[in-house]
Design a protein around this ligand. Structure first.
Ligand code: CTP
Length: 396
């Protein structure tokens, strides 16, 4: 997003208040934001709010003497990387569908030579009305991208589809759009989260992996243009945008899911904290307590990553290792043992469950530390690194 020039067009709906936050997030992400408003939008939020957040005077009139040229509608959609209308009202979408150009924003949409994105916001019945649906289809056919609205409680008191997407989700979409597509069309298989090994119908052995790192890696791979298949143990984190995880429980389930998808994978990233052992027997009835000590026999689980990496034609394999001491030494030994071109090692205690992490990447070239950052930032750096390795190996 750094230095991307975004024209944010605000039209007259109550969701305009969310566009103030959208402006802040875009600026925070490094974009240069020029806000333009319709007259009715100014009744919802004062232009000064957007001016303060974007650091730029807001454009409302086409012939703004302050701008000198008096043709804002031409310059708006030419000198930018994206024209984003958020919120886009039913009325604005209808005018766009008919090619009307009766204010600076609608005229800029016609005169533009950049991508046009719209984040609709309206009452649920207005959204579902055949006229609106017809207009949405029309503007999509004319080349606009429409960000599907959310469902939920609406400002009018009703419940349903038509809420403008949350600013964070819109920024994620834009980031995705602008990010270099280093893994365009590549199939990436990822495992994430813990596994859960049942002792009886209500008890299990598991670990403290949250799945956050694996889900962040899935999001970063998708942003890089990959077709992502995410196989996940039981976690409580939201699915990455546009990815529906395949849910599994035990290491055996995870291995079976990997076997079902690995043949098509170009890259396998094994982030899951797979349980190394499972109970030798899983009881079908609940174990009853007694006064005696209880010991449980454990048997080793299959090593999924090793199984993939030692296939006849393995995908490019990336492993993760959680260590408590001598990270590089133990990590490198693990990388060699599992035949991996790349392994990310982290400190077991600081990584588990936390939002931040610190990684050391180990490959044939040596050691590449990634300093402490949030997991999504690290995931993006890891994906960039693996994409370079993968592409140089495969002549990409
Ligand atoms: N892994 C796997 N299947 C297993 C165990 C681990 O696929 N049964 C993968 C993990 O997803 C991770 C890497 O192997 O990418 C971790 O290797 P491992 O040797 O299991 O690391 P630790 O669990 O840290 O091992 P140890 O406890 O021996 O240090």
């Amino acid at each position: 997003m750094l230095n991307k020039r975004i024209v944010l067009g605000v039209t007259g709906g109550i969701a305009a208040y969310k566009s103030a936050e959208l402006t802040r997030l875009l600026v925070k992400a490094g974009a240069r934001v020029q806000v333009a408003m319709t007259h009715s939008a100014t009744q919802f939020v004062a232009p000064l709010t957007f001016q303060a957040l974007s650091g730029q005077p807001v454009i409302i009139e086409d012939a703004d003497p302050a701008k000198g040229h008096g043709m804002a509608h031409i310059h708006l959609g030419r000198d930018c990387d994206m024209l984003l209308i958020a919120p886009a009202t039913a009325n604005f979408i209808a005018r766009l569908a008919h090619g009307l150009a009766d204010d600076v924003l609608s005229a800029a949409c016609l005169a533009r030579d950049c991508p046009l994105w719209l984040a609709p916001a309206m009452n649920r019945q207005m959204w579902h009305h055949p006229a609106t649906q017809r207009n949405v289809l029309q503007i999509q056919q004319d080349g606009a991208w429409v960000i599907e609205p959310d469902s939920g409680a609406q400002a009018c008191g009703e419940e349903g589809a038509g809420r403008m997407r949350e600013p964070e989700a819109i920024v994620d979409g834009l980031r995705d759009f602008f990010s270099p597509k280093r893994l365009s069309g590549k199939r990436v298989l990822i495992t994430a989260g813990p596994t859960l090994e049942k002792l009886d119908p209500v008890r299990a052995i598991t670990n403290l992996s949250s799945g956050k790192m694996g889900y962040a890696v899935a999001q970063a791979a998708r942003e890089a243009g990959a077709l992502v298949t995410l196989i996940s143990g039981p976690v409580c984190v939201p699915s990455p945008p546009g990815i529906i995880p395949i849910q599994v429980e035990s290491a055996h389930d995870m291995l079976n899911a990997v076997k079902a998808h690995v043949a098509h994978a170009d890259i396998f990233i094994s982030v899951a904290a797979v349980a190394d052992y499972r109970p030798a027997q899983s009881q079908t009835h609940k174990l009853k307590k007694s006064t005696q000590a209880l010991s449980i026999d454990l048997v080793p689980n299959p090593d999924i990553l090793e199984w993939v990496a030692t296939r006849e034609k393995p995908p490019f394999c990336v492993g993760f290792a959680a260590e408590t001491d001598r990270l590089i030494e133990h990590g490198e030994a693990k990388r060699q043992r599992k035949h991996l071109p790349l392994l990310a090692v982290n400190h077991a205690m600081s990584a588990l469950g936390s939002d931040d992490n610190e990684l050391i990447l180990l490959d044939d070239e040596g050691v590449h530390p990634l300093p402490k950052a949030d997991k999504l930032t690290l995931a993006r750096q890891l994906v960039a690194h693996l994409a370079n390795l993968f592409n140089s190996k495969n002549g990409g």
